[in-house]
Design a protein around this ligand. Structure first.
Ligand code: URA
Length: 215
């Protein structure tokens, strides 16, 4: 698909998400939140679900967790405008409750299509809901900050920024993980053809075969 078609396909997909009625969450939302960022972003961030402010504005990560995410991005040397940011579930669950399994299931095809179209080199999962979409049952406390190759992409799990706000003890870990992410992105920019982070000689201690990822 050519670049113009890709951009148009993503715009149409975002429109489809805005008008979706596949699950009960459409009845209580103000706006669906498809995601935002360039159609050809090298890095995609995936959170859990929109909160109060995201629902009001139709944009991802614009509340307190979003401000902290912006700070982490800046520290890692990434600009928010150059990454794509979305969520597992595109509509706000009432009172910010956890998304239910059938809501996640109804929404997942949208995420899969976003990934296919944008084709990011790196997917950063924010928190356990996004992590479990790709690595079911993995423990975030064990795997955060460890890049892992699945298919042609690198997955980089980190804690959810909201976890850092509620529990400041997680902030140094989040900041360290975003620093590593910045290094990874920089290395991929310098060596765009390298197939994996092992070839980039980054984080050799975090081999793919590290094994036990379950709780
Ligand atoms: N938390 C999320 O997981 N996503 C948002 O968009 C905002 C807060």
């Amino acid at each position: 698909m050519c670049e113009v078609d890709k951009a148009e396909a993503l715009r149409r997909l975002e429109e489809e998400i805005r008008t979706c009625t596949r699950c009960r969450l459409h009845a209580t939302r103000t706006h669906a939140v498809p995601g935002e960022g360039p159609y050809n972003a090298m890095v995609m961030f995936i959170g859990e679900a929109p909160g109060y402010y995201e629902d009001k504005q139709g944009k991802p990560f614009v509340g307190a967790a979003g401000r902290y995410l912006n700070k982490l991005l800046a520290q890692s040397g990434l600009r928010r405008e150059e990454v794509y940011i979305t969520n597992i579930v595109k509509c706000r669950p009432p009172k910010n409750r956890d998304p239910l399994p059938d809501e996640i299931q109804a929404c997942e095809p949208f995420l899969d299509r976003q990934i296919e179209l944008i084709d990011p080199r790196i997917i950063v999962t924010l928190g356990r809901f996004a992590l479990h979409h790709f690595i079911p049952g993995a423990s975030i406390t064990r795997v955060h900050g460890q890049p892992r190759k699945i298919g042609k992409r690198l997955f980089f799990p980190v804690f959810h920024p909201a976890a850092g706000l509620y529990q400041p003890k997680w902030q140094p870990l989040l900041e360290e993980d975003f620093r590593k992410l910045g290094q990874l992105v920089q290395a991929l920019r310098e060596n765009p053809d390298s197939a994996s982070y092992e070839q980039l000689s980054l984080f050799p201690e975090n081999g793919e075969a590290r094994g036990d990822t379950t709780q």
